[in-house]
Write a protein that binds this ligand. Structure first.
Ligand SMILES: C[S@@+](CC[C@H](N)C(=O)[O-])C[C@H]1O[C@@H](n2cnc3c(N)ncnc32)[C@H](O)[C@@H]1O
Length: 164
């Protein structure tokens, strides 16, 4: 069962003769299905829209909570939801994960392309993997563990030219 707020998007699905049923609905109003209806849920590039208030009456935290709590109920025990999304900033990501956890979801987040400028901005305090800071922190950690680690120099963590 596919859900979208846009009739035009659902029309594309009809044109492509996708399997299953389609539902024209606003996920911010909740997922209107009986408890335990689904074995899983996949969402591609949609949940971030719930962070926007398109109408005066829209409260993003409330809409996100309604979405996650009703989705949680509609999922069978032990099933999973995989939600791919594009948050605009770390606040959006925090709001989304906070509301998902409030609704009962557990699990984790995977950041694709962690070296992209956007992801770096979202990393907030944590050094980006393989960056100079990350390497320095790792070396320090290993020193504290009593391991033999080479001294830090101006070359530590430098970019190397691609090798052919
Ligand atoms: C980038 S498109 C992705 C569409 C589809 N998931 C795909 O992968 O082809 C984002 C979709 O989210 C839908 N959308 C945005 N806000 C929504 C809402 N509140 N409820 C349901 N769908 C929403 C849009 O209509 C749009 O079709």
């Amino acid at each position: 069962i596919g859900v979208d707020i846009s009739r035009a998007m659902l029309d594309v699905a009809v044109e492509r003769e996708v399997e299953g049923d389609l539902l024209l609905a606003d996920m911010g109003d909740g997922i209107p299905f009986r408890p335990g209806t689904f074995d899983g849920c996949i969402s591609i590039s949609a949940v971030q829209w719930l962070c926007n208030a398109d109408k005066k009456s829209h409260s993003p935290p409330k809409r996100l909570y309604r979405f996650f709590s009703t989705l949680y109920t509609a999922l069978a025990r032990g099933s999973r939801a995989v939600l791919q999304l594009y948050p605009e900033n770390s606040e959006q990501l925090e709001l989304i994960t906070a509301q998902a956890m409030r609704a009962g979801f557990t699990g984790g987040m995977v950041v694709d392309y962690p070296n992209s400028a956007k992801a770096k901005k979202n990393a907030k305090g944590k050094s980006v993997k393989k960056s100079r800071d990350w390497i320095l922190e790792k070396k320090e950690r290993r020193r504290r563990q009593g391991k033999e680690v080479r001294a830090d120099t101006k070359y530590t963590g430098r970019k190397r030219r691609p090798q052919f």
